[in-house]
Design a protein around this ligand. Sequence first.
Ligand SMILES: [Mg+2]
Length: 259
Amino acid sequence: MTHLFLSKNAAALKKLITQRTLFAFDLDGTLAPIVADPAHAGIPKTTLTLLCKLSTHTPVAVISGRSLRDLKHRTSGNFAHLVGNHGIEGIAEFRTQSIEARGTCKKWAQALRRNGEGLDAGVVVEDKLYSLSLHYRMARDRARARKKLIDLADNFEPQPRIVPGKCVLNLVPQNMPHKGTALVALMKQLRVKQALFIGDDQTDEDVFGMISPRGLKIMTVRVGKKTRSKAQFYIRSQGDVERLLRAINEGWADELSLL
Ligand SMILES: [Mg+2]
């Protein structure tokens, strides 16, 4: 994992600009700063403007764990390519799997209602239709709340894939499309050969750890350095996303002026 803004990586960045590239971003902790209450998370206005500018040159996508409905609202309807629920929602070819995922999530939500007594009052269960998010940021004892949620989820039928995030446990149905498969599906749909993906969390490792299918190139960037991450590059903080967007937009303008 190397710092993206080192001069030795300038060539890799430049390659993104010289041909049609899909620029795909996670939302929370990447485009939007992490806030205490996830309901209040939003993309800063400057970031949104930079993204809109970028989308006039090349396709831009947001691939998030949030529901599609939530994403549409939080991106102010600016982007054509939105993928929700960690990759399950928003890709036409994954429709059959998403129906199955909905059935599974209904069962889990019922089980939580049945067996959830004794859960910390600060725990917020978010039913996103195709996955569940169990938020414990506002629990009195976070560690205790987290353990209790894992114990409960471990006994769910069918067993969920538990993807931990920042003060959240995501319960995702097993053997479903993930952010990585969604990104590849989008690339094929849009007929682009290369993509840049930026994310900050465990669920983004599904993209970072993926071997690019033949003929496709995926450059991966993590927000925040982490030794065990499989991302190729990192930027130091969420605030650096704007710096990156600015550099890419400027690069594009330079390329265009040379044509
Ligand atoms: Mg994130």
